[in-house]
Design a protein around this ligand. Sequence first.
Ligand SMILES: Cc1ncc(COP(=O)(O)O)c(C=O)c1O
Length: 428
Amino acid sequence: MVKKALAYSRFINQISKERQPSLIREMTKILASAPPEMIPLSGGLPNPKLFPFKDLTVQVTDGKPISLTGKDMEQALQYLPTGGLPALVKQLKALQMSMHSPSTDIWPDTEVLVTAGSQDGLCKCLEVLLDQGSTVLMEEFVYSGTLSIINPYKPQYKVVKSDSEGIIPEDLEKVLSNWEPGSEDPSAPKFLYINPTGANPTGTVLPECRRHKIYQLCSKYNLLILEDDPYYFLQFQEASKRPPSFFSMDTEGRVIRFDSFSKILSSGIRLGFVTGPKPIVDRVMLHMQVSVLHASSLSQVLVSNLLEQWGEEGFKNHITKVENFYMERRDELIKAADKHLKGVCEYSVPLGGMFLWIKVPAIKSTWDMIMERGLAKNIMLMPGKAFQADPDKPSQYLRAAFSVAPVKDFEPAMERLAELIKTEMELQ
Ligand SMILES: Cc1ncc(COP(=O)(O)O)c(C=O)c1O
């Protein structure tokens, strides 16, 4: 039982409240666990015997090939219950248990839902919570994919300051002090969106003490926490320094966590999962029931097979390999930046994720420098403006990804950037 049961109704908007379960999808769920004697005349399942794909073998880098034939292949090509492949959901619950040791106060009322990438879960969850003109709390620099979901709601953004460690709890407290704790005022925010680990675009990993303070504030002001954490498995600090997730410190059922397989298994496989209080996750599921119906069956079957054969140890070994790979790239980019940008730019060494966040104090806006002169010089970076709530505010920042460009190109890239900045300073 949740210790202090939250009244989730306050968080859920009218459209979401109106959603009713889709009978066809509910029947699919019943069929998935029905006994073999069941004669299924209910659903509109296509007959898999006519699917032109016969069998599939996928070679695995650190493991045995995954072969799908006969009934397994049919299942991988067939509709699934919206919640996800039951075997995968079970594995994901075990993974969350192992990674986050959730409190027994919340775990019995926690649901795990497989989504088409974490973006799908995040988008639908925001669509459960937001109304036109809602107040939205977020930190200064935010993943542009989240802004693109929220912007059409014409929200009242309340931007919380951040520094090289991430969002600043004291500033969050200052922003929240505009409302009474637990206020039912419709202008009061209902949630805090946060990307706490290896943040996109800043690369910060929010320290544990800040996380505790932020959780306490969200509890005081009765806010949900949307923990968007696709870089959780992409951290560079030694294990003992890694902060616990918000989900792991939740005792009140106020954290909704978004995980992703994109950064560690494949981004094209489109798999993520939402973990959080059942009343909210169920609303996301109802939306999936009428949109994508469920995340790709083939992807879910493949990932479930992979997790099965790897076991927890194999999974952790893979994560270590991925982290080491990106950490080496981060170090190479920092080396190149130190050589060419020292004294001109400010940046912190990212503690996770795939990005270096660079400030160019001498120039007012990086937009034209990147979008016009940068492209002409064959260098692409993301201008900082893409990551802020106010699109009209000039930004002195840039985001450089160290994930895919050849390492040998890091140095020429930073050299070109230094030249661009020099030219830009002359133009100002
Ligand atoms: C912070 C953040 N959230 C969500 C996503 C979406 O990831 P997915 O591929 O799991 O949908 C991304 C992708 O870059 C991201 O950086």
